[in-house]
Write a protein that binds this ligand. Structure first.
Ligand code: FES
Length: 101
């Protein structure tokens, strides 16, 4: 099921946007004009990654500085041990959609 998130003009380059769908908090990212989506809560202690630091396609948790690759969700740095779930995205008519699996 594809869920409408927002207009792509609402997410500046190198920015993160958080939203809730079906009781899940998700994060969408604009990295060099390409969009990605992951679960928004850190796999360590559930800090909100939307408040984290995004740099070069890597999101750093604001709480204990775990790092994840946005495109794949891969955990790159402890204390988190588990990868983030990622979601397919598409843009249609300037609107960003995320596919809930
Ligand atoms: S909550 Fe994210 S690293 Fe601890």
């Amino acid at each position: 099921m594809w869920v409408k998130v927002c207009s792509i003009s609402e997410i500046s380059e190198e920015d993160v946007f958080g939203f809730e769908v079906e009781a899940q908090r998700l994060a969408v990212y604009n990295i060099g004009g390409k969009f990605f989506a992951t679960e928004a809560l850190c796999t360590h202690e559930k800090a909100d990654l939307v408040k984290g630091y995004l740099d070069g396609g890597i999101i750093e948790c604001p709480k204990h500085n775990a790092r994840f690759e946005v495109a794949t969700g891969k955990c790159l740095k402890r204390p988190a041990k588990h990868d983030l779930k990622t979601f397919p995205v598409k843009v249609e008519g300037g609107v960003l959609y995320v596919e809930m699996l």
